[in-house]
Unconditional design. Structure first.
Length: 383
């Protein structure tokens, strides 16, 4: 009740995360995985959906393990009461491996220096580490290169023999999984097989091996090995939108409550720089979301919001805290306090892919964008 003196506690700007959509997407991924387990990737605070809540919903829906980037991310999950296996795969060699070991976090090592760092922590704590080896099969980003691999295996063999390390997995990451027939995929698969064979020749047998991200998990069942490692598909965004949505449901809705509705006369300019000029009298709505909240300024003039049962084009420059949309004659009577959806998964609503196309990026970056004053809320799940 705008102006009535009753305080509305619905956030002005929020990302609403549908945990039932997360569970639905996990079930789709487990079906595709066949006999392989599903590790849900919840790095970067669950792709900005909330790592802890997503992790709990995903595990309840059949995921078996969790993957993150840093030790701090992994420890935060453990401290939330999650006892599933948690792997972290990007840390400096002088990271606090002791805190990972103490929390039963699986540590991925991409170099001898990293393994030495882990070994030092094992000696300090007097407690073995759970280690996976990240091998570089052609992404040429993280992962141990072939040249350093024999030295890494020698140290690993010694640590395993001394019961200082439990070798959990050997894994790698694909460069072109979003092109399911790209020849580099088979090349990476073959190199992955060689890395595993070389480990075996050193007397090292991993408990499991894994390679597939979302795109591979959905299109290359032959690469599922013992476990798949989807991220983006868990959040309901297709890793290959040109091929299919795979029945996934976007989990994030980014929405705001209209802060003001008013008339603007023909000839008046709207927002900084007057880049948009009204060619007739019109009604505009002020949306309290700006580039400080994750609506990129470069999206100005290239987007619309879902408001009052229709798409309303953004007009003029996106500012730090606010943006303006055009309601025309406002036939549906949009009022202050109404909800405008910036993006989401419901029919009619702008899809994150639309922002990605307008911005020349991928939807991964779009869902990672909301921040600042955007408050996160949840829907569904066993909450
Ligand atoms: C981010 C990441 C994934 C998940 O990738 P998606 O494309 O989001 O499925 C899997 N494995 C590794 C090593 C990653 O860094």
């Amino acid at each position: 009740m705008a102006g009535s003196g009753i305080v509305n506690t619905v956030p002005q700007l929020e990302t609403l995360i549908d945990l039932d959509a997360i569970a639905h997407n996990v079930r789709i991924l487990t079906e595709h995985a066949g006999d392989a387990a599903v590790m849900v990737v919840v790095k970067a605070d669950g792709y900005n959906h909330g790592a802890i809540e997503v992790a709990k919903a995903a595990l309840a829906a059949g995921a078996r393990e969790l993957g993150v980037t840093t030790i701090a991310e992994a420890v935060a999950l453990r401290e939330s009461g999650i006892d599933a296996p948690i792997l972290c795969w990007l840390n400096n060699s002088d990271a606090d491996f002791g805190s990972a070991i103490a929390a039963d976090i699986e540590i991925a090592v991409p170099s001898v220096a990293h393994l030495e760092g882990v070994a030092a922590a094992v000696d300090r704590l007097g407690r073995p580490a759970i280690v996976s080896v990240k091998v570089d099969t052609g992404l040429n980003r993280n992962g141990v290169p072939e040249s350093e691999y024999p030295r890494l295996l020698e140290l690993l063999k010694q640590l395993v023999t001394e019961d200082k390390v439990r070798l959990r997995a050997i894994f790698s990451h694909l460069a072109n999984a979003d092109e399911p027939r790209h020849p580099s995929i088979d090349l990476q698969r073959d190199r992955f097989g060689e890395f595993i064979a070389v480990a075996r020749a050193h007397g090292l047998t991993p408990e499991l091996v894994h390679l597939a991200n979302s795109a591979a998990a959905l299109t290359r069942p032959d690469l599922a090995f013992d476990m798949v490692r989807p991220g983006i598909a868990v959040y309901g965004l297709s890793p290959i939108p040109e091929i299919s949505d795979f029945g996934l449901r976007p989990a994030m809705t980014f929405r705001a409550r209209v802060a003001l509705v008013k008339r603007v006369a023909a000839g008046e300019g709207v927002s900084y720089g007057h880049e948009w000029i009204a060619d007739r009298d019109t009604t505009v709505a002020l949306i309290p979301a700006g580039y400080a909240d994750g609506v990129p300024r470069t999206l100005g003039g290239k987007f619309s919001v879902w408001l009052g049962g229709a798409r309303r084009p953004g007009i003029g420059r996106i500012c730090m805290d606010q943006l303006v949309v055009n309601l025309g004659e406002n036939e549906t009577g949009v009022r202050e306090g109404d909800t405008a959806v910036l993006f989401g998964g419901e029919p009619g609503v702008p899809h994150p892919q639309e922002w990605a196309d307008a911005l020349g990026t991928i939807h991964y970056e779009v869902v990672c964008a909301p921040r600042g004053r955007a408050v996160r809320g949840y829907l569904g799940g066993d909450r």
